[in-house]
Design a protein. Structure first.
Lengths: 189, 130
């Protein structure tokens, strides 16, 4: 029932009430003052009902506005996340190219950027189902170990890194990030 | 002196590995393996320090956000070397299926059949087929 219908219904009820009160009122008591008092009381009841409906309507509007603002914020966050993920996929490709051309210091720097996004992604509620999978956990730990191994290769005498394996692991990360990107991009709010 | 909790951890890991209850996987280092747990990762590595001329065994623990929360490295002169070596050896044997391979070799050697296979003959390049 909308607000206008409720008001009309209330008005009809008041008129019916007024008629009933008049009907049962003793003819002696049907003075102008009494009738004015009854009309005044009924108008007050109508006024109170009107005020209540106004407040209710205002609250509904405020709730709707809040929901719309939250949805817009969520959408903006999603758009930012999608853009961040696209950038990260690009970074993963750069790392692969740096490793292929033996520029390990640059690869290490770029991998650190990718690492921070991979951690952020783990805390994204929209992606919880995907990041909580064994596939992501394994790919993430491989990435972290690869970054550590690459850092050891760059900074210490620890040798024996299989760079082909790192490139293959990066490919898995890239595929997972594409999946996340698509999930966010095409998700309906 | 290696901390007691590390000794306990390595002993338990070795036990589970020997019993084939722990699923280790190879990483991007030649002799490093990782064990993926629910909220952490453990790695065991063996490497040769060419500068010092020593073999090292490293055990590292990562938390769920990928931070290395602890790491111990042992060479033959430090405490805990034997424990780490035993763990790495167990992991390596399981990963490369050393026992299964030996068993299969002995089964073949003990069988009455001829053993070994030769590749099918190929055309001699010098022999022109027309």
């Amino acid at each position: 029932m909308n607000r206008n219908t409720a008001l009309i219904l209330l008005l009809i009820l008041i008129l019916v009430g007024f008629t009933i009160v008049l009907w049962y009122l003793d003819p002696v008591d049907r003075t102008k003052i009494n009738i004015l008092a009854i009309i005044g009381t009924l108008i007050s009841i109508y006024g109170l009902a009107l005020a209540y409906l106004q407040i209710h309507s205002l609250r509904e509007t405020a709730e709707k506005t809040e929901k719309a603002v939250n949805a817009a914020n969520e959408r903006i966050n999603q758009i930012l996340s999608v853009s961040e993920l696209s950038k990260t996929i690009q970074s993963v490709r750069e790392v692969q190219n740096y490793i292929k051309s033996e520029k390990y210091e640059l690869a290490q720097l770029r991998m650190k950027d990718v690492k921070s996004v991979l951690i952020q992604v783990k805390h994204n509620i929209e992606l919880f189902e995907l990041t909580n999978s064994d596939e992501y956990k394994t790919a993430f730990s491989d990435f972290i170990i690869d970054l550590n191994n690459l850092s050891s290769h760059v900074l210490t005498d620890k040798r024996g890194v299989n760079f082909k394996k790192i490139i293959a692991n990066l490919e898995s990360i890239s595929s997972l990030l594409s999946e996340f990107e698509n999930k966010l991009k095409y998700k309906r709010l | 002196m290696m901390p007691e909790n590390y000794q306990l951890l390595i002993t338990k890991l070795t036990e589970r590995t020997v019993n084939r209850d722990a699923l280790w996987e190879k990483t991007s280092r030649e002799e490093e393996f990782r064990l993926q747990l629910n909220s952490s990762v453990i790695t065991i590595d063996k490497w040769f320090d060419s500068f010092e001329g020593k073999v090292y065994y490293d055990l590292a623990i990562y938390n769920e956000d990928g931070h290395q929360i602890d790491k111990i490295g042992c060479s033959d002169t430090t405490d805990g070397y034997k424990l780490l070596k035993a763990l790495h050896s167990a992991v390596s044997r399981i990963h490369y299926k050393v026992d299964e391979t030996f068993k299969s070799i002995f089964e073949e050697l003990d069988s009455a059949n001829k053993i070994g296979k030769v590749s099918p003959p190929t055309h001699d390049d010098s022999d022109i087929p027309f």
